[in-house]
Design a protein around this ligand. Structure first.
Ligand SMILES: Cc1ncc(C[n+]2csc(CCOP(=O)(O)OP(=O)(O)O)c2C)c(N)n1
Length: 542
């Protein structure tokens, strides 16, 4: 919807729009709810966007672009930052020559995640400034601000979103976002970018000096809002919690923090001193309240029960009233289930029938843990199925070890399963091991994104393709089988039984397209074929 300069955008769309308006030259990331639509929208707006095999690679590519004076946007869900943490911490030391903005989309309440970690703590641990928008306008404005801060202080900047901020639609006014990026180019700076200890020691000092400077800027002119109203109650808040607090206590004075790190402690001290009761309203961990109290400022916080799940207007009212009585239990929704025609069903039926011990992984196929299959025994993080399966095989008595199988999806295998396969070859259990790759030709869980195993880019154009069977064979695994479980369910069961009976390493690739993706895949393949024919005709001059 557009009325003059007014756009109704989700937070994710607003980040993409700001990145496009600000001349971001490269967007990289790995899909993950609630962040996925940022790069997809950036591509729709004409930006160059790429899915990487995982978040670590995405951040490294973004960092390289920012070393070349480019403006880069890197997107991921909160747990993605665990994967990308290694480059992030040292990129804080090297800094950047252009701009590097890293979006972490946290999922309090775990609408679609395996934990509800609060990534504000990453900003402190890595020493990277963090901005925290509350609505789509701020998603737009703070993306622009993050680019400015990154370029001004030559430092990566974290933009922390949460599920409601990512997905809610609010009005955005686009604006003049300042100058275009400088021309790309490379300057040698071995001392600044090669982080051996002799270079990293002074780099750490430089980082702390930058952070002190950013803190001074945040105290004087950071993106924080002091809203003075009735001074009997003052609320310090940030992110989506601000929206709930504004509705729950419309007459209270507010200090709304836009920059979660470094915290403008002196501004908070003055605010707390200006009200009779100061209370911190924040979603997730007691991050703000702990830091505020550590600075010797008196402030109330929330009871431990409100650390879990998302806040709401009602929950904020309860926090303000010090109400710790049990909360009403929300009605149970319909549990999710594998689609009736999902090819994963065949694998889980066989795993169930053969009484396997299944080290599982994350994707649509995690639903194999539910009845009627009940055929997944562990699920930790992306890629963990292979390592966990190997550990089980190394430790269990032989009769049980022989029943252990690792099950992993295709996107997950490329993300972080390949190193597990290398471990399997390097430290094989005495009973062998069986890995099933459920290859449905897409990243179904997050909405059918492409990945390096599909052979298509983010916008579905043909590109290089990783072949799992060749990869497994190249590692020295001899038992590699490709089967279509949908076309031939009996064959899948027979293969699995034989693999379990042998004391060898085996990889079974169960290949059948996700039914939701199949027609689109055919369409992309047809378009690619037509394109090839066209260029062949052009090349022969006909
Ligand atoms: C580190 C990390 N990044 C992203 C996600 C979000 N996510 C969960 S599973 C998954 C991939 C699922 O695709 P695939 O393995 O192909 O299985 P499918 O859903 O297609 O069955 C993604 C992107 C996550 N949980 N953890």
């Amino acid at each position: 919807m557009k009325e003059s300069n007014r756009y109704l955008l989700s937070g994710n769309e607003a980040v993409a729009q700001a990145a496009r308006d600000a001349g971001v030259g490269l967007g990289t990331g790995y899909p993950g709810t609630p962040s996925t639509e940022i790069l997809e929208h950036f591509a729709k707006l004409g930006g160059r966007a790429q899915w990487s095999p995982n978040e670590k690679v995405a951040l490294e590519v973004g960092l390289g672009a920012a070393f070349a004076r480019g403006r880069a946007l890197v997107t991921m869900k909160h747990v993605g930052l665990n994967v990308a943490a290694d480059p992030l911490f040292t990129a804080a030391y090297t800094g950047v020559s252009g701009a590097l903005v890293v979006v972490t989309a946290d999922d309090p309440g775990m609408a679609s995640s395996q934990n509800e970690q609060d990534n504000r703590r990453y900003a402190v641990a890595a020493g990277v400034p963090m901005l925290e928008p509350s609505d789509s306008q701020e998603c737009y404005d703070f993306t622009v601000a993050a680019i400015d801060i990154s370029e001004r202080w030559r430092i990566p900047v974290l933009l922390r979103m949460t599920t409601r901020v990512c997905h809610s639609l609010t009005v955005v006014r686009r604006r003049d976002v300042g100058g275009p990026p400088g021309a790309p180019g490379f300057e040698h700076d071995i001392k600044g970018r090669v982080m051996v200890p002799a270079n990293a020691r002074p780099a750490h000092h430089r980082l702390r000096e930058k952070l002190a400077d950013i803190l001074a800027w945040n105290e004087s002119s950071g993106p924080n809002r002091w809203i003075e109203r009735d001074n009997t109650l003052g609320i310090v808040t940030s992110g989506i919690a601000y929206m709930h607090a504004a509705e729950a206590a419309p007459r209270a004075s507010m200090l709304k923090l836009g920059m979660a790190y470094p915290l403008p402690v002196e501004t908070i001290r003055r605010f707390a001193g200006s009200v009779d009761r100061c209370i911190v309203i924040e979603e997730g961990d007691p991050y703000l309240v702990d830091a505020i109290r550590a600075a010797g400022i008196t402030a109330d916080g929330k009871a431990e029960m409100y650390r879990f799940s998302e806040l709401s207007v009602e929950r904020v009212r309860r926090i303000l009233a010090d109400d710790e009585s049990p909360e009403p239990v929300p009605p149970k929704g319909k549990p999710p289930a594998l689609c009736n025609t999902c090819p994963h069903r065949v694998a889980f039926t066989a795993l169930h029938d053969l009484d396997c011990i299944v080290a599982g992984d994350i994707g649509c196929y995690t639903l194999g843990a539910l009845p009627p299959f009940s055929a997944m025994d562990t699920c930790i993080c992306m890629g963990a199925s292979i390592g966990v399966g190997l550990g089980l095989r190394h430790t269990l008595p032989e009769d049980q070890a022989r029943r252990v199988v690792s099950v992993i999806g295709d996107s997950t295998f490329v993300h972080s399963g390949i190193t597990g396969l290398v471990e399997m070859v390097y430290n094989p259990p005495s009973t062998g091991h069986v890995v099933i790759i459920l290859d449905n030709g897409t990243t179904a869980m997050t909405g059918l994104q492409e990945h390096p195993g599909t052979g298509r880019t983010l916008d579905h154009q043909p590109t290089g393709k990783v072949c799992y069977e060749d990869l497994a064979r190249s590692l020295g695994i001899r038992n590699v089988h490709v089967t279509d479980p949908f076309a031939n369910p009996d064959e899948f069961g027979i293969l699995l039984k034989a693999a379990l009976g042998a004391s060898e390493l085996a990889v079974i690739i169960a290949r059948h397209p996700c039914l939701l993706a199949a027609s689109k895949i055919k369409q992309y393949e047809r378009a690619a074929k037509e394109q090839r024919l066209c260029s062949a005709v052009t090349n022969t001059g006909n």
